[in-house]
Design a protein around this ligand. Structure first.
Ligand SMILES: [Fe+2]
Length: 413
């Protein structure tokens, strides 16, 4: 059954225009680093993660490179040595520092990066209202919102690696009441239209819209909780190879995995430091392999990304526990389809029929990553509210779990 209200697209649209979105997004990035010292902001705790300072700078490089340099007559780069430091993966933009070496960038200082941000923000003003640049500005805003989420998850990992377990923000998460028994959104199957319908902004990987044939299925109305995950562990879930995909079992053995990332006994690491784990909150920081093993143990399976989207089409993507400001992202649970944790699907991240890579450097945004990754749907507590959509496709490698990744079960009807 569908328990949620019908999604009304108008409701989730931002009240302000693109210029307001630009300013509020830029301001949010900076508000998030207020608790960090220059040393905190320079840390790179693993190759997958980048320093907070690098995120501040790379997003600024994006505006300077694709908007100001290309479209503002007479604009001069703030420092012509910096593109080498802050280009992420754009081959068309030339050589760059190795990803794993981003943590050596003690210079420029945090203060200098923040000054650069202010210069770029000012310079952007005349471009924000140019209709010819609207889709590029919308891409830049969406790009910076993605980096806001990465900044939060990367600094969480960096602080976790410090034996002192420092808190980014003080405080405690409110305790949650036990969730109701899992209920299901039933779908009768049939032909579903999948992909973005081209109204408003979307990433290129969300289209073209196309038909997919679904068999009858059901999708759980809430995420799997910490308490349920503890039962999986207590039942020997991490020690039973029959529950695991072969790659997943090899990963468990090789890495000595026995619990979600950030767990230690009855606690877990949060942006507020080490805290007692709430059994009623959704489990987070699991890999695709773990999600799949749990689903097998529970007599269910992961949804396909198409099943997930068919249900999501009637849900509000701006509802649920998502990021509204500079506050600690903490999954808390509920029956919203979006929010708390990104949800693994069993779908490989592949191009949709008719997908074409866009011209120019921005064509490197999504298409070239369509190899070996799995699709996650929804949004998390670290996703800027308004960023996601029913057609939104997030993607990670099956062993990665430092994002707010969770699990919503599915089953054949
Ligand atoms: Fe980026």
């Amino acid at each position: 059954m569908h328990r949620s209200e019908q999604y009304e697209p108008e409701r989730s649209r931002s009240a302000g225009g693109l210029a307001d979105n630009f300013r509020s997004t830029r301001a949010l990035t900076e508000a998030l680093v207020v608790p960090l010292s220059d040393a905190d902001a320079t840390l790179q705790s693993m190759e997958d993660a980048s320093p907070a300072k690098w995120h501040l700078a790379h997003t600024t490089w994006f505006w300077e490179t694709f908007l100001l340099r290309e479209h503002l007559h007479g604009y001069r780069l703030h420092d012509d040595r910096w593109p080498f430091l802050f280009n992420s993966y754009y081959e068309a933009e030339g050589a760059r520092i190795a990803r794993a070496a981003r943590g050596v960038l003690s210079r420029p200082k945090l203060e200098e990066v923040l000054e650069w941000r202010a210069v770029v923000d000012d310079a952007m003003t005349p471009l924000l209202d140019d209709p010819a640049l609207a889709s590029l500005v919308a891409l830049g805003v969406a790009h910076e919102q993605q980096h806001i989420e990465l900044l939060l998850t990367d600094i969480k990992h960096a602080l976790f690696c410090n034996p002192l377990g420092p808190a980014m923000w003080e405080g405690r998460a409110p305790a949650r009441t036990a969730p109701a028994a899992m209920d299901w959104h039933a779908h009768p199957g049939g032909i579903a239209l999948i992909g973005h319908d081209s109204t408003g902004f979307a990433f290129d990987n969300e289209g073209p819209r196309h038909r997919v044939l679904l068999e009858p299925f059901a999708l759980a109305d809430r995420l799997v909780t910490n308490g349920e995950w503890e039962a999986f562990i207590a039942d020997g879930g991490y020690r039973n190879p029959r529950l695991w995909l072969a790659d997943g079992w090899a990963w468990v053995q090789r890495e000595g995995i026995g619990a979600p990332l950030y767990w230690r006994e009855g606690e877990h690491f949060t942006p507020q430091g080490w805290k007692a784990r709430d059994p009623n909150a959704p489990v987070a920081h699991i890999s695709y392999y773990e999600a799949d093993a749990y689903a097998t143990w529970a007599g269910a399976r992961l949804p396909t990304e198409f099943e997930w989207e068919a249900i999501a089409a009637s849900h509000d993507p701006a509802a649920g526990n998502q990021l509204d400001g500079a506050a600690p992202p903490l999954p808390h649970g509920g029956t919203d389809l979006f929010g708390d944790c990104w949800q693994f699907t069993r779908s490989a991240y592949l191009p949709y029929p008719g997908f074409r890579v866009a011209e120019g450097a921005v064509g490197e945004y999504n298409g070239k990553f369509m190899s070996g990754q799995v699709v996650l749907r929804g949004a998390s507590c670290a996703t800027v509210r308004g960023h996601s959509r029913p057609s939104y496709r997030n993607f990670f490698y099956p062993n990665q779990r430092w994002q707010f990744t969770g699990l919503r079960l599915a089953k054949d009807a």
